[in-house]
Design a protein around this ligand. Structure first.
Ligand SMILES: Cc1cc2nc3c(=O)[nH]c(=O)nc-3n(C[C@H](O)[C@H](O)[C@H](O)COP(=O)(O)O)c2cc1C
Length: 210
């Protein structure tokens, strides 16, 4: 099945049935996140995989009471770095040198340039940039979940500050950006499952500059 078929089939699941997603499928979805492109390859985020029922229930309270938060199998929390730091940037550049097995003058100059750019920007500006990187990885997860036959709901309907407190994210130098419950649809309770997908026509979206 081609990618476009998967994009047509997937939908933002509104009710899940509690069935567990096999670990191998979860691992593949996490691997898709790991393989996502990010600005300068910094991968400035971590993923928390929440399966604890009590914590899920706490999160649901600050996530517009959305039932997928508790009825999912695994709740992925996307959490961006709270800021770019020299240490964090160095880690990825050093890892690149280690994996590729060589040091390169241009690459080292780029490392210094990034450190300089990000250390001259305020924390909130950096976090906004970091937050965008999590959205790219988010879509990789959604696409891979479709391939795995795993339903999911992209979610930004939650109080990020409250979630940060529940998961002690600020202490870890992280801030939550997105939620992705993974599971299987409850066809009886899901009002969206049989409705047609709505997308604006191509002509309303694309402008050709020739
Ligand atoms: C960043 C983002 C945040 C979203 N937040 C929520 C959410 O909190 N709850 C929800 O039920 N759907 C949420 N959605 C789902 C969208 O409403 C949905 O993707 C859109 O209406 C298109 O429908 P489809 O995904 O079923 O094709 C979100 C989608 C995105 C991309």
């Amino acid at each position: 099945m081609i990618f476009l078929d998967k994009l047509n089939e997937r939908y933002a699941c509104k009710a899940m049935n509690g069935q567990k997603v096999p670990q191998e499928k979860v691992d593949n979805i996490l691997e898709a996140i790991r393989l996502a492109p990010t600005s300068s390859g910094l991968q400035p985020f971590e993923i928390l995989v929440v399966t604890n029922d009590e914590i899920k229930a706490e999160i649901r309270k600050i996530a517009w009471n959305q039932p997928q938060v508790t009825d999912c199998s695994h709740l992925l929390v996307f959490a961006g770095w709270d800021n770019y730091t020299e240490e964090r940037i160095n880690y990825m550049f050093d890892l690149t040198n280690e994996i590729r097995g060589f040091k390169n003058e241009g690459w080292e100059a780029y490392r210094q340039k990034l450190i300089s750019i990000y250390s001259n920007q305020d924390e909130e500006t950096n976090f906004q940039h970091i937050s965008k990187q999590t959205y790219i990885a988010f879509m990789c997860a959604i696409a891979q979940a479709s391939y795995e036959g795993v339903d999911n709901t992209p979610m930004e309907g939650f109080d990020a500050d409250a979630l940060d407190k529940i998961l002690n994210l600020r202490e870890k130098g992280l801030r939550s950006t997105l939620l992705l419950p993974l599971g299987y649809r409850d066809t009886d309770k899901d009002w969206l499952v049989n409705l047609k997908k709505v997308r604006k026509p191509m002509a309303k979206m694309v402008r050709f500059v020739e």
